[in-house]
Design a protein. Structure first.
Length: 163
């Protein structure tokens, strides 16, 4: 599937929350532990600087999404942060890559100069390979920086790219 990536709309709330929750439930990539429902999902996605969704242009079914927002404030407000979620059944089809590329372009439009990922889980091989392919720089390793669903800890690898 070649997804269309567009801005989030309220009508996307239920599907977007379901995809987001799939990643949260897995407990191996997102720091969040709280699940979203349609209402809290809409509030969350609307509160971002930008939320993009990848959808099948023929059916309207969402394949994935990303959220984009400042990573910090004031003198560091030019650095943004993002999170990406792809429907599990559609992973491996380069939807995540399309989302990251769209996010990078959108971040530039919004005036951000750097995109930083604070907590890329070291076991997330697909994300690490994608970020390397796109030219992100690894900033080192934070030992035990992420608590998995089973209560064990794994390393995280912060990344950044100049936009």
């Amino acid at each position: 599937m070649q997804p269309e990536i567009r801005a989030y709309r309220q009508a996307d709330a239920a599907q977007a929350a379901a995809i987001w929750n799939e990643v949260v439930r897995a407990g191996d990539a997102f720091p969040q532990t709280e699940l979203l429902d349609e209402q809290s999902g809409h509030a969350f996605f609307s509160a971002q600087s930008f939320t993009g969704v990848a959808c099948d242009p023929q059916t309207g079914v969402l394949a994935g999404l990303y959220i984009l927002h400042p990573n910090n404030v004031g003198r560091c407000g030019h650095i943004c942060n993002a999170s990406y979620a792809v429907r599990g059944s559609l992973r491996g089809q380069h939807i995540g890559e399309a989302l990251v590329r769209h996010c990078m372009a959108q971040a530039k439009v919004l005036g951000f100069r750097i995109l930083q990922f604070n907590a890329v889980v070291a076991a997330n091989r697909a994300a690490l390979a994608l970020y390397k392919k796109l030219g992100f720089v690894q900033l080192g390793t934070i030992p035990g920086g992420f608590r998995l669903e089973d209560g064990s800890y794994v390393d995280i690898i912060p990344h950044y790219i100049a936009l």
